[in-house]
Design a binder for this molecule. Structure first.
Ligand code: ADP
Ligand code: MG
Length: 393
């Protein structure tokens, strides 16, 4: 997992602390549509304020082409202040003299939020000048953005070359939760995978299969596996170019740990009000598509989850955005309630589903990072974590 310093190793009283948080939230109509990541970032900022630091927070937001106004951090600053119960001074630039002056004018306990780091062209290509500009704003750097730790950008990796850098508490929590599943999970260990694409999750399937007792697969991705097993899947989502690879995984040493749906909720078209039927997996008609796991499968998955000591879930079981195709995801989510074991849920849509059902408080760990979490579970080293190692020892 690599090693890193944490906030326990530095005294931040009277120091200027640059926090790279993950405040990348959906914005709609000029305000924050889902504040999960903002909430998750607050304990770190509060801890720094209470320790007497001047907090300079930054994050990217979305995928702006250049300085598109819709990607400004202002709505994030508003929500951060509301939820955190402290004032947040929004700065309209990422680096430069004006930003430095604003930081110099701030004092212990103050919180500043920089503009979207991706407004700077140097962010994504990890430009040293941008990294130096960020480093000039602070005495200590705290990487707390787990969701961005798999990207070597100026605000995640570049800045660590110029500033004493430590892992933030949220990052540590994420890394420890996922790391314990990778290293030494309690058994039975069940992984539940769903979501749109098999290709997104093939790496994780391969890396986790030797470690799990069962891997339950639903969602759009299960149809690529079902087709590779020889089933007729109608017009369900399928990735033809992955059939060979998926087939190899299914026939591999641990392939029989994969559990595929026995029954499927099918629809005559891809709409919220489509006709809905439940069929066994051998009976999907040519012009129908699978949009959820069936009730029998949902019960089998739920029982397996309840009987496990550790569960990792990534990817909804169906098109949970539409009520008709939500049940499978909800049954699986409810199996995590009152669960005595170690339960981890990751992935933007899976976390959104859990929140939709009001169950976000029911799991041991809700991961803020989708792609970063998957990369970590694939056994890859996250560049952000690797970069923190230079300050150890
Ligand atoms: P996460 O963000 O949790 O990692 P993904 O992004 O991989 O999950 O997948 C989520 C999306 O998968 C959802 O928008 C959902 O509607 C879609 N999905 C799930 N099951 C199906 C299906 N059977 N057919 C088409 N899309 C599906
Ligand atoms: Mg997603």
């Amino acid at each position: 997992m690599g090693s890193y310093l944490t906030l326990d190793d530095v005294d931040v009283a009277g120091q200027r602390v640059l926090v790279r948080a993950d405040l990348n939230v959906p914005i709609s109509g000029g305000s924050v549509a889902d504040d999960f990541r903002i909430r998750a970032s607050i304990p770190t900022i509060t801890r720094l304020r209470e320790a007497g630091a001047t907090v300079v927070a930054c994050s990217h937001l979305g995928r702006p082409k250049d300085r598109e106004p819709g990607f400004r951090m202002d709505p994030v600053a508003v929500r951060l202040a509301e939820l955190g119960g402290f004032a947040v001074r929004k700065i309209d630039e990422v680096v430069g003299e004006d930003v430095e002056a604003a930081v110099a004018a701030a004092g212990p306990g103050d919180v500043l939020l920089l503009e979207n780091t991706r407004f700077e062209p140097g962010e994504k290509n990890n430009d040293p000048d941008l990294a130096k500009g960020l480093a000039a704003l602070a005495d200590v750097f705290v990487l707390d953005a787990f969701g961005s730790a798999h990207r070597a950008h100026a605000s995640t990796v570049g800045v660590t070359e110029y500033l004493l850098s430590v892992a933030g508490p949220l990052l540590v929590q994420e890394v420890e939760a996922l790391g314990s599943l990778l290293a030494d999970p309690p058994h039975p260990f069940t992984v539940v995978l769903g979501g749109a694409k098999a290709s997104d999750k093939l790496g994780v399937i391969k890396s986790l299969l030797p470690k799990v007792d069962m891997m339950l697969i639903g969602g759009g991705m299960c149809f690529t596996l079902l087709e590779a097993e020889g089933y007729e899947i109608g017009t369900s989502l399928v990735e033809q170019d992955r059939l060979d690879e998926v087939g190899e995984v299914l026939r591999s040493e641990y392939g029989d740990r994969i559990v595929l749906p026995e029954d499927i909720v099918i629809a005559d078209q891809f709409t919220a009000d489509a006709m809905r039927e439940v069929v066994p997996r051998i009976a999907i008609p040519d012009d129908w598509m699978g949009l959820d796991i069936g009730p029998l499968t949902a019960d089998v998955f739920a029982a397996a989850i309840r009987g496990s000591q550790a569960v990792f879930w990534n990817g909804p079981m169906g098109v949970f955005e539409w009520e008709r195709f939500r049940t499978g995801t909800e049954v699986v989510a409810r199996a995590l309630t009152n669960h005595p074991g170690f339960t981890v849920v990751g992935g933007g849509d899976s976390v959104a589903a859990l929140r939709l059902f009001g169950l976000e408080g029911e799991v041991s760990h809700l991961s803020t990072g989708g792609g970063a979490g998957l990369e970590m579970l694939e056994g890859k080293t996250l560049p952000g974590l690797a970069a923190l190692e230079r300050w150890v020892g």
